[in-house]
Design a protein around this ligand. Sequence first.
Ligand code: UDP
Length: 321
Amino acid sequence: MHYLITGGAGFIGSHLSDKLLGEGHKVTVLDDLSTGKIENVKHLEGNAAFQLVVGTILDESLVDKLAERCDAIFHLAAAVGVELIVNHPLESLTTNIKGSEIVLEMAYRYHKKVLITSTSEIYGKNTQGPLKEDQDRILGSPLKSRWSYSTAKAVDEMLAYVYWKEKNVPATIVRLFNTVGPRQSGAYGMVLPRFVKQALENKDITVYGSGKQSRCFLHVKDVVSTLPKVIENQKAYGQVFNIGSQEEITIEGLAQKVIGITGSRSKIVRIPYEKAYEEGFEDMERRVPDTTKIRDLIGFKPTVDLKTIIEDVVRYTKGNS
Ligand code: UDP
């Protein structure tokens, strides 16, 4: 198979490229290198089955050309990271909505399978857990930047769904819950790479808010072994699936675990949300996925526990600082 991966030089996209190439497939990556990095795919240079195209998903004729040539499209290109979104809400809206519309239109034009990556941000402030795919969304005001990402991704999901329903495009949506692992950058707000870097440098660990908010972290390896099984499964078309771990931990608990594993002398400091992000910032208090649907589809089961995940990120960070 020949896969097109938009955002393939990013954290998840580059691991997906490795996985698909390792299975003998051909991979073309389209990435504008805004948050993606050339270093993430540098080791693939010279691999005849791999091509990196530097360009944007907003370039319709480029996406047209690449979509025609491939067999299926993984659409991962997006403006991501809460900090990036809060600081650049316009970019988040245009890249995420217009870009996805272009990708879906080309999947329709050439009748290609397409997988749209969405996010647990979809559920907004719904703290019920574990969250099922059909659970209600609870969002704050559209004028609060944080919700622009959730809203843009919801539009992407709606587009994918109606392209399937009305135009028969073999489109599937996955909602990723806090994917972590090597190559993830802390530059756009993501908590684990930040805590690990702070701990290794014996600097203060910056816990935002009360630290009682909780998340479940899934190793990127478990994400990229799942995505190809989903895109190739006909039962998945027109459907949405949560992908995440159910090992829940508070952010304060995460900070303590990182300190324990690294043996750091760092201290935990609490930073109010309005200082960390912006005035009136609203966080998700709890985010746990119900993964019954993806388990029933392909037998999904996380294989890496949180301790091993942190150790892996520590190893990577030590090797790259
Ligand atoms: N967070 C934190 N310190 C940081 C970065 C993030 O306490 O330096 C918190 C953030 O406020 C959120 C959680 O960690 O409650 C997860 O943040 P991340 O941006 O990684 O993911 P998301 O908010 O999308 O779940």
